[in-house]
Design a protein around this ligand. Structure first.
Ligand SMILES: [Zn+2]
Length: 203
């Protein structure tokens, strides 16, 4: 069994389990996913990493962190594709898990049931502060949860929320790295904050 510093090591008879790395924008979720996948490579375990095909922020076939670390990833349109393409892997990584549908929960359950280590990274909350897509159910399914934090741009405290700073009420604004700031609970507000009138006029 893998063991993480500061976490209880689960005693199980089979290796399959689910790990979730959750946090707000700029909290280092993808960085932590990349770190864990790299460790499995050193351990000579077979791994495969997926991302949602919506996520083309930096590169179509890489998972790239804000610190510009990257690993190869397969862009997929849905969770069933993850299942069918994971059959030869011991470790399955999934980035931006919040973009997938609820069927991702069942896919992770099946993969873990088959003895695979499933590592997910995702936004736990959307810009309105609401639970994002399948994330609350993935957190419930997981044996291991790791919350990561950004730094609040207003006060420097640990940030747990993504503050939208452009004029849009869509839940998903892919590729808009400049559309958010990391903020703590006290500094965050559930309405978009606009930098200027130009952004408001675009609607
Ligand atoms: Zn703050």
């Amino acid at each position: 069994m893998p063991s993480f510093s500061g976490q209880h090591t689960l005693i199980t008879s089979r290796p399959g389990h689910v790990e979730v790395i959750a946090g707000c924008m700029y909290s280092g979720k993808t960085e932590e996913l990349i770190r864990r996948i790299r460790r499995t490579k050193y351990a000579k375990q077979s791994s495969v990493v997926f991302k949602h095909e919506w996520d083309k922020r930096y590169d179509a076939e890489l998972v790239v962190s804000h610190l510009q670390n990257s690993i190869q990833a397969i862009p997929v349109g849905g969770a069933e594709t993850i299942y069918s393409m994971s059959q030869d892997a011991q470790v399955v990584g999934i980035d931006e898990a919040q973009f997938f549908g609820m069927d991702l929960v069942d896919v992770c359950r099946r993969l873990a049931g088959e003895g695979k280590r499933v590592i997910l990274a995702g936004l736990d909350k959307d810009w309105e502060g609401k639970a994002f897509g399948p994330m609350p159910f993935l957190l419930a399914e997981a044996e291991f949860i790791h919350k990561v934090y950004a730094v609040c741009v207003c006060c420097g405290a640990d940030a747990t929320r993504s503050q939208r700073i452009v004029n849009s009420r869509e839940q998903v604004l892919v590729g808009e790295r400049s559309a958010y700031e990391a903020r703590c609970r006290a500094c965050w507000t559930p309405v978009p904050i606009f930098a200027g009138k130009e952004e408001m006029d675009e609607g």
